[in-house]
Structure formats: C-alpha cells, structure tokens
Write a protein that binds this ligand. Structure first.
Ligand code: 6R9
Length: 652
C-alpha cells in the first residue's frame, strides 16, 4: 500500500492540548443536544429512519431503513419515493416561506442577485421543462460545466427534478478532462456558460466545451449556454442553445414526480490512486437525509434567521452537499460568491460577511492560511459580529490556522467545527457538535451520531487510544457512495477489500488519549492541494504523455498555504534536456491535460528516479527532497547510489 507515512510535521499536532468547551449560552440553545448521541446509540437504524422522516418530505414512505444484503452495495430507505427538487424548493413555497431568500448571489465584479425560494422554484421548473424538451429523460446524464452562478444550482436541481443524473465538472478542468468525463458518463446534454470573471477579468468556459466536442464519437446532442460575461463565443448551429432562449422562455409549471429512494442523483468524478478519475455515484434518499441532518446539527442551523455561506465551488462535493442540496432542503438562506478572495481587494470575503450578515461560514483551511498570510489588519476592518459559527473542510486544519480562524474571524466566540468527510461519504462523518463537544484545535474529533468510524492497524484491529493507523467506517451510512459509475469491481476493490467488512477511507488517523480522532492526511497516492484532491498517478500520466518526458514521479510536498503542493521529478528525453523553457512547457501541458489546479508548483529535472527492486518509485524519498530534508532510509532501493546522484544533479 502506502510508502508515505503521515507526515512527521503532523505528529506535532498530538502535543496540542488546548480545549474550547461550548459557552453555556450556546450549549443551552444548541440545535444538537447530547441526547442525539444516546438516541443514535440505542438503535442506529431507527435513529436514521426518524431523521429521514423529520427532515424530508417523502412522497411514499419507506418500508425498510437499510438493506445491506448485497454488501457493499447499500440500499437506504427502501421502497420510499422522493423528489430532491421538491424537497429543496416546492415544499417551502407550499409551507408559505416562498419569499425567503434562497440565494444571495454576489458576482465577482460586484453585481448581485437575490433569489427567493419562490423564484428559484420557478427557475428550476423552467429548466426542468427545457431539459425535457431537449430530450433529457429520467436516468440520462447531464454534464454541468458552469462557474459559481445560480444557474449551476438551478441546473443541478432541474436534473434531480426530472430524474436525470448530473455530472458537474469543475470549471477549472481542461477540455480533455471534460471530454473524459462526458465520455465516461455518456452525457447527452452539456450546460455551460460563455465564461465568468476571475481576478477582475473575464475568463472563458465555452471554448473548452467546443474543444472537448471537436473529436467525433461523443454522446452530446445539445449544449445550453448561460450568458455571464458577454465574451464572444463560437457557435455550432443545431447543437448550441442560449439559456435565455431555452430555459427562460420555458413553461414555469412543472410537476415533480417522485423517484425511488435509490434512484441515482449524481455522479461526481474524483481522483483516486490510478490515472483514471472515478465517477462516484450517489443516490437520492440517503444522500438527502445525511446531508440535511449534518447541515442542521453541525452548523446549529436556524433557517429563519441564519445566513449561511459555504465558500466551496459547486464543482467539488462540498458544493454539491452543502450548497446545492442541504441548505435548500433545510430552507436556509445562503450566500454564493462567484470569484476569488482577493478581487478587487483582499478584504472581499469579509466585506461579503459584513454585507449579508453571514452567521455561518464554511471554508477550507487553505483559504484560512492565505488570509493569515495577508494579515489580520484586513478582516479587522470589517464588522464580523454576525458570525456565530465557523466550519472547516477539505484537509487537516493545523492548530495555528484553527486558532486564528477562531480569534480573528470568530472574535474568540464562535465554535469551530472541523468536518471530515469525502466525495465518497457524501456528507459529513466526523465533526464536533457545536453545543456539545469541547473542541480541540486541529482535530475533527468524533463521529457524528449515527456514524461508526474507527482507527485500525494493518490487520484491521482497532488501535488503542494514543495510537495511529488507518481510518475506517464500520457500518454503512445513508449518504455513502453507491458505487463507481460503470465499475462495480473497482468500487469493491478500492474501498472494501483492504479490511474485511470495513470501508477504507484512504486517510491516516490517530486517536488521542481521550479517543478523539486526528486526521493525518492521505496514506495513498492522493494529494490534497488547497483542499482539492489530485492523484499523483494522474499527473504523472499527463507528464509522460508529453514527448519530452521519459519518466515522471509526482509528490505532494508540504506547503504553508496550500497544505500540499505538486512537485514533479522528471527524466527528460533527447534535446529537451537543453531546453531552458522545458519546465514552463511541461507545466502548461499538465494544465491542458487536467487543468490549471494540477500544474506542478515545481518541476525538477533528474537523471534517475529512486526505485525499489520491484520497480516501485519510492516517492517518500522524493518527498524528503521536495520538502528540503535529507532523504530518509534508502536501504530498499535497487541502486543505493541513486539518491546521491539526484541530490547532486539538483545542486547544479
Ligand atoms: C469533503 C472533501 C476528501 C479527502 C479526505 C481527507 C481530506 C477532508 C478533512 C480532510 C482532514 C478534514 N479531508 N476533510 N482531512 N480533516 N476535516 O474534501 O472531499 O474532495 O473527496 O476529499 O480530503 O484526506 O480523504 P474530497
């Protein structure tokens, strides 16, 4: 399995012993009370059935909470029928809260839109009618390649409404990456935009769709294009349609038909340990239950008064679960922001918090570390007193960033909830409950009520407190992935074969003396850069697909701001060795193959790579070099002199 033990730097975490119990006022009025743990413990399945019935409106009640007879393929809330869009929209309008703001949208250039639940419902109904008119039927796949504009949420919910399966592709992915995902899911329709704004300038999206669809052999019949930045776009007659002429003109009446609880809701591609991204498949009833449950309890949600802001992109799972679905299912008002945190100035986020009186902020540690670097003078200029709770997600949060978040952003009052979960888990799994748990900077601490996780050793045996090992989930959970699109074997092998009867998450973890869980990063070949999952193998494949590269090894090196940074070691071919531009050429090549986020921060040209006798690249040694350390134990190398050779070549 892994050659990369959890970074030693993270070991320091375990000397962290600060604790922040909830304030008595917060605890007394908290949405989640300690009884939630007891209730879940008494009868886990009854607990989930109750949550599901309370949080969601089922068109037909379910008969069985969990069917695990075909493990590891789970069925939750069996026999139930439900419509996700109805739960996120129509029922709130029916309940008389149609005037409540669903989305406060803030464009990067400063334009804004406020969309009420009634308006959002109407937009989604129109989009549902328009997509159906384009031939999209229940079970069909729709690729959504959009920036952070309300149409992204509208498109996702329109798919859910008609039972089409959306596959959102992050707008930062390249044409090639988009095409691979379109092909794998055999998408019929692509929804995109002319572009968006990034760092104060228009940035385009539609050209990538055009490029992705140049080569024949794809399944796409239509491309619906939202006009966002007004940049000129190429047009393929018969295939391309403007959103304004297709969706906006569609019939605003549409009845949501119920779908089976297990009907697929979406596919979301994520990086695994091999070159090919996995299409993680989620279904409806269980996914909605756990995301709504966690959103309510972990964020101490009061939908009547809170203003919630999840700063993730819709292209990642956090944007799915905690922007597109759970806040709307829970009837909350949320902020959605299109752009970058430093446009037009480094106080943009705090200006947004002040403007909308944001009370709950959910962000990634990488953003927090960036703000720390910019200095507290910037947030200090804004009124952040509306904030009552701060969340963290995507990567381990180092105690210093946690403390800064609490002190500087949260004014020393707000609980911090560090939430561990994955694309595969669909919803939060490990997190403090803000009115119950005494929080510890740097630790996600405890599984949510109803969730059973553990840390086990190589043999799958639960470790003692104070020990480290692998994070596993011990029993099925409602929002668990239902498989990998088109590849059931890979699903079993990746997650369920490492330890008998347990889900293997791919993360290292440690239990402290209280039994609280500290996440220590990935134990496989997956990197985490700014909270984005990237596969070393995928970037290596991209590099070796360039004619100048003979061999490549990629490692995630510790980085102060982004958590990890991509560092590539390459062996060049022929005349490329003398090319002074080669590093830039290769960075651009990776950008084209995968997307700008995957571009290596550094590319080091080396004469050889360190390999074991069985030919496995010892990335651990390369990581030592990339992090500026003396290379560690190299005794299992096939050629003991290699590390010396590499170090010398890098000194030149
Ligand atoms: C939600 C999301 C999943 C991987 C996961 C882990 C890391 C996420 C974390 C965390 C420590 C947290 N991760 N949350 N590590 N503490 N609170 O990020 O999904 O993109 O699939 O990434 O991210 O390594 O395995 P995804």
């Amino acid at each position: 399995m892994s050659e990369n033990p959890p970074s030693e730097a993270l070991e320091n975490l375990l000397h962290e012993n600060r604790k922040f119990p909830p304030s008595p006022e917060f605890a007394a009025h908290a949405v989640a009370q300690p009884e939630l743990y007891q209730e879940a413990q008494q009868d886990r399945l009854a607990f989930w059935a109750k949550q599901s019935r309370e949080l969601l409106s089922w068109s037909k009640d379910f008969e069985q909470t969990l069917d695990w007879s075909d493990a590891p393929f789970a069925k939750w809330f069996v026999g139930g029928e439900i419509n996700a869009a109805y739960n996120a929209l129509d029922r709130h309008v029916e309940a008389g809260i149609g005037d409540r703001v669903a989305i406060y949208w803030e464009g990067e250039p400063g334009d804004s839109r406020q969309i009420s639940y009634a308006q959002l419902t109407e937009e989604v109904k129109k989009a549902a009618n328009a997509f159906e008119a384009l031939g999209v039927a229940k079970g069909d796949r729709v690729a959504i390649y959009l920036p952070m504009i309300p149409e992204a949420v509208i498109s996702m919910l329109a798919c859910a409404r008609i039972g089409a399966i959306h596959s959102v592709v992050f707008g930062g992915f390249s044409a090639d990456a988009l095409r691979n995902r379109i092909d794998d899911a055999e998408a019929k329709l692509v929804v995109t935009a002319d572009g968006t704004y990034r760092r104060g300038a228009p940035s385009s999206l539609k050209p990538a769709v055009d490029e992705a669809l140049v080569a024949p052999g794809h399944t796409v019949n239509h491309v619906v294009v939202v006009k966002r930045n007004g940049e000129p776009v190429a047009w393929t007659e018969g295939r391309d349609l403007w959103w304004s002429e297709t969706v906006e003109t569609a019939d605003p009446e549409h009845t949501a038909v119920p779908h089976d609880s297990e009907h697929p809701l979406f596919i979301l591609y994520t990086s695994g340990t091999t070159g090919k991204p996995k299409g993680i498949l989620h279904s409806t009833g269980g996914y909605l239950t756990q995301t709504a449950y966690s959103h309510k309890n972990v964020f101490d949600l009061r939908p009547e008064t809170d203003v919630y802001w999840c700063a993730a992109d819709i292209g990642w799972v956090t944007g799915h679960s905690y922007i597109a679905y759970s806040p709307l299912v829970n009837g909350a008002s949320m902020v959605m922001y299109e752009g970058t945190p430093d446009t037009p100035h480094q106080g943009r986020w705090w200006e947004i918090v002040q403007k909308y009186k944001v009370s709950i902020l959910y962000a990634a540690p990488t953003a927090i570390r960036t703000f720390m670097k910019w200095g507290r003078e910037i947030p200090d200029q804004y009124d952040l007193s509306s904030l009552k709770l701060l969340g963290s997600v995507g990567e381990p949060i180092n105690p210093e960033a946690w403390m800064w978040y609490r002190e500087v952003i949260g004014g020393g009052r707000t609980p911090i909830v560090d939430t561990w979960w994955q694309t595969e888990t669909g919803g939060m799994m490990i997190s403090p409950l803000p009115g119950v748990t005494a929080t510890k900077p740097g630790s996600a601490q405890v599984p949510l009520p109803g969730i059973e996780v553990d840390v086990v050793d190589d043999l799958g045996v639960s470790v003692e407190n104070g020990q480290g090992g692998y994070l596993v989930v011990k029993s099925p959970w409602p929002s668990m992935l239902r498989g990998i699109w088109g590849d059931p074997e890979r699903y079993k092998n990746t997650y369920w074969s490492r330890f008998d009867g347990m889900y293997f998450a791919g993360d290292g973890a440690k239990k402290d003396e209280d039994g609280d869980i500290w996440l220590l990063g990935r134990v496989d070949d997956v990197m985490n850069v700014s909270g984005h999952r990237l596969s070393t193998t995928e970037i290596e494949s991209a590099l070796v697909s360039h004619e100048s590269v003979a061999e490549a090894a990629v490692v995630g090196a510790a980085d102060e701001t982004t958590g990890q940074a991509v560092v590539a070691f390459v062996i060049l071919r022929g005349s490329a060795v003398d090319d002074p531009e080669i590093e830039q050429t290769l960075r651009n090549h990776v950008g084209k193959e995968i997307g700008p986020i995957a571009k290596p921060k550094r590319i080091l040209v080396v004469p050889e790579l360190p390999k074991t006798r069985s030919g496995k690249i010892m990335r651990r040694l390369l990581k030592d070099i990339a992090e500026g350390r003396e290379a560690g134990d190299a005794t299992t190398l096939a050629d003991a002199g290699i590390m010396q050779l590499i170090s010398e070549s890098l000194k030149k």
